[in-house]
Design a protein. Structure first.
Ligand code: EPZ
Length: 422
């Protein structure tokens, strides 16, 4: 297993290019199964999760070719009915094939997704939505078995859960409804940019969708979809991570390129409150840190609120803002595994329910730490950038699921960082 070793205290300077969005491309790959015709997806990041999804599409019978960030999916006529445990259990986004397989084949058997370190990840909203479209669903031997022998039927579906809307449940129902008879309204739909990207791809495939990007989506079912060509939006979470990187050390000046500033307004707002100078361009954000950081009060919320996927990275920043910051998690109340590791680096964070109370320090001290999930791994690397001495972030395999060459991108900005075998 690899570890990332960071020598802290270096100012970051220069430009970094943001890759295509992981959480957009994975549902797009599932959507490509809705037709037998080939589709081409561009700006696809080379990530472990993309490789896992490629394996799943191949197991389902599609031909897939991936090189130079371009992905070609040829689903063909005969798709298999079963998405197996060994692939779906490793990555929750693969559960998205349920909606597309059910719509295309009238039947699907998809393994229940695995457990997750960031807390419980139920699927009740996915199932409620697909049942609302007229399918019958049962759980058999660890698999979700969905059947709609006479096809799916458009319907009014309310997708609100205990923690608000659900991104991937909306994606599953949206995909299934494109081929249902009649009109579907998804109320309390998620409106994350990744879902808008999915809807735009489906529209290119011939789907009739309105209202994507709002909480009410209207889908008029069509008989068939065709193959399409699409470029994935840039990754707002990667962009946010590099913006935080540019804020960790005084004197840093980082230009984040090929991003969508309008997708990261909540992050821009919080960094500005922390005293970071931000300059937005059309597809760039420049981040400059001059003085001491101010403390922050952050609550994670569905889009356009502050994203849970940047909570850990922002916590790393507040550890070097002298004084008390508070971060409240409203999406995954247990997503705080990184707290004990950040505490090993010399700051004091206390958990009080779903809130973390962070006593920021002037300087962190480098230490060996253990990465637990994807975003926590990124947060520990960010903390290492600002720490005195060496930080070793162990078990970083999660990192490769969602960040394309993060250590190369950081070293191009002047960070002293390398990957080593444990
Ligand atoms: C997506 O997961 C992302 N994953 C997650 O990113 C992200 O953290 C999450 O959305 C929230 O923004 C992908 O897009 C591949 P949800 P998803 O359903 O769709 C509850 C990362 O680091 N819920 O929107 O699975 C759920 O427990 C990952 O890149 C139900 O109650 O998340 C949570 O509290 C991690 N019932 C809330 O809804 C359900 O059936 C939002 O989760 C489904 C979800």
């Amino acid at each position: 297993m690899d570890k990332i070793v960071v020598q802290g205290g270096r100012k970051l300077k220069g430009e970094v290019r943001i890759s295509g969005a992981k959480n957009a491309v994975l549902p797009l790959m599932a959507a490509a199964l809705l037709t037998e015709e080939p589709s081409q997806i561009e700006n696809v990041p080379n990530l472990q999760d993309v490789q896992t999804m490629i394996k799943l599409l191949r197991v389902l019978g599609a031909k897939v070719h991936y090189s130079d960030h371009i992905l070609e999916v040829k689903p063909g006529r005969d798709l298999k009915l079963v998405a197996p445990y060994h692939l779906v259990s490793t990555m929750r986004a693969s559960f998205c094939v349920l909606g597309s397989m059910l719509a295309r084949l009238g039947e699907a058997k998809v393994s229940l997704p695995g457990g997750c370190i960031i807390g419980p990840r139920p699927i009740d909203l996915h199932l409620k939505g697909l049942e609302g479209l007229g399918s019958t669903i049962s759980i058999e031997h660890g698999y979700v078995v969905a059947r709609a022998k006479n096809g799916l039927c458009g319907s009014d579906i309310f997708l609100g859960g205990k923690f608000g809307s659900s991104v991937l449940a909306t994606a599953n129902v949206l995909m299934a409804a494109t081929l249902a008879r009649g009109t579907t309204y998804i109320e309390n739909a998620a409106c994350e940019p990744e879902l808008v990207d999915l809807a735009n791809f489906l529209i290119k495939m011939g789907a009739n969708i309105k209202g994507h990007g709002s909480h009410l989506i209207e889908i008029k079912g069509v008989r068939k979809l065709r193959g399409a060509r699409h470029t994935v939006i840039s990754d707002r979470i990667e962009a946010g991570t590099f913006m935080v990187a540019g804020a960790m050390v005084k004197g840093s000046d980082v230009l984040v390129r090929d991003c969508c500033p309008e997708h990261i307004m909540a992050v821009i707002d919080k960094l500005s409150q922390a005293g970071i100078a931000i300059k937005k361009g059309r597809t760039t954000v420049r981040v400059r840190r001059n003085g001491t950081l101010k403390t922050l009060d952050i609550t994670t919320l569905p889009y356009p609120g502050f994203p849970t996927d940047l909570q850990a990275q922002m916590m790393a920043l507040t550890t070097v803002a002298p004084g008390i910051s508070v971060i409240t998690e409203k999406i995954y109340p247990d997503r705080f595994i990184h707290v004990s590791e950040l505490n090993r680096m010399g700051c004091k964070i206390f958990l009080e329910g779903a809130s973390a109370i962070i006593h920021g320090v002037v300087r962190l001290s480098g230490a060996p730490v253990m990465a637990s999930d994807l975003r926590a791994s990124a947060a520990l690397i960010l903390a290492g950038l600002a720490a005195e001495g060496t930080t070793e972030v162990r078990r970083v395999y999660h990192l490769d699921r969602g960040y394309e060459q993060i250590e190369k991108k950081l070293s191009s900005l002047g960070a002293v960082i390398r990957r080593e075998k444990e």
